[in-house]
Every structure is written in structure tokens, then in C-alpha cells.
Design a protein around this ligand. Structure first.
Ligand code: S3P
Length: 164
């Protein structure tokens, strides 16, 4: 069974993806991890050495290479922003689930995490603006949106599995 998770940074894609994969006894493919493995560098180093454009190309390739896999596929927060990636997600035939959260939850979770170069250069207002600018795209590619703030991880998985 294929399931794709999308959403802004720190909305729980990777955590929920791991749980879902365990419940379904399936592989999880995390695009960020795929990129790190391909490049042999952590995400902040990819950004600082080669720039965001290079990261986005690598992300695009990782999406194309993995979208057909029978797995729980977790994307990066920026993955649906490229038009070709959005088309790939919409046409994948897999349920695409949007995990959403309040900006206060996101700001708390990101905290001092140095592994997110896009978030690291933004203050809370900047993060909120970026999320707002991306929101319609997330909603366009997804077939189900889950507001996660008040839910336990197991409940989020239940909702996803009920839908799929
Ligand atoms: C990004 C989100 C990150 C990662 C990269 C860029 C973004 O993934 O792909 O730092 O542009 O929103 P997460 O959503 O898993 O943090």
C-alpha cells in the first residue's frame, strides 16, 4: 500500500510516517533521508555548499525515483512547491495526506533545531508567512487534511488508515 505524507516543516510527517509504516509492516521512504544518502551530506551542508536550487533538484529526482514504491513516502515541506512535483503527487494514484498544525506548535517544535536551513533564517512571523504562502499548494495536492495539534500520533494514524 502506498501512502504519501505532505505538509509544512514540523507537522509530524516523519514521525507519523514511521508509525504508519510500522502499523502497515511497510517500508518508509523519507525524501530528506534519500537526498542525504545520495549527496553524502547533511541538509544544512547541501544548502550551504551547493545552494537551495541544487537541493530542490535532488529532491525532485528523489521524488521521481520513489513515488512508485509500495511504501509510506514522507516528503519535505518544500516538495509540493515545484509544479512538476505537485503534478507527480497528484497523478501518483496514492492517497496524499496533508498533516497540518498551528504555527505556534510548529514554532515550538522547530525550536533550536539547526537541521532546517529554511526555518533557521526565519523568525516566527517569517515562518507563518512562508506557511501561508504554501498552504494552498499543500491543499491542492492532498486528498485528506488532518489538523494534528490536538491528536495523539496513534489517532492521526487511525484517521489516515480509515481514509485509505
Ligand atoms: C524544507 C523542509 C525540510 C527539508 C528542507 C527544506 C522546506 O523537510 O526538505 O530543509 O523547504 O520546507 P521537513 O519538512 O521534513 O522539515
Amino acid at each position: 500500500m502506498r501512502i504519501v505524507l505532505v505538509g509544512f516543516m514540523a507537522c509530524g510527517k516523519t514521525t507519523i510516517g514511521q508509525l504508519l509504516a510500522a502499523r502497515l509492516k511497510q517500508r518508509q521512504i523519507d525524501l530528506d533521508e534519500e537526498i542525504v544518502a545520495r549527496e553524502g551530506l547533511a541538509i544544512p551542508e547541501i544548502f550551504s555548499r551547493f545552494g537551495e536550487e541544487h537541493f530542490r533538484l535532488s529532491e525532485h529526482q528523489a521524488l521521481l525515483d520513489n513515488i512508485g514504491q509500495d511504501a509510506v513516502i514522507t516528503t519535505g515541506g518544500g516538495t509540493p512547491m515545484r509544479d512538476d512535483n505537485a503534478a507527480c503527487l497528484i497523478n501518483s494514484g496514492a492517497p496524499v495526506i496533508l498533516l497540518d498544525a498551528e504555527i505556534s506548535t510548529i514554532v515550538d517544535r522547530i525550536g533550536n533545531d539547526r537541521n532546517r536551513p529554511i526555518a533557521n533564517k526565519l523568525d516566527p512571523a517569517g515562518l507563518e508567512k512562508l506557511k501561508a504562502s504554501r498552504q494552498s499548494r499543500y491543499e491542492r495536492v492532498a486528498s485528506l487534511k488532518i489538523q494534528t495539534d490536538q491528536l495523539r500520533p496513534e489517532e492521526i494514524c487511525d484517521q489516515i488508515l480509515d481514509f485509505c
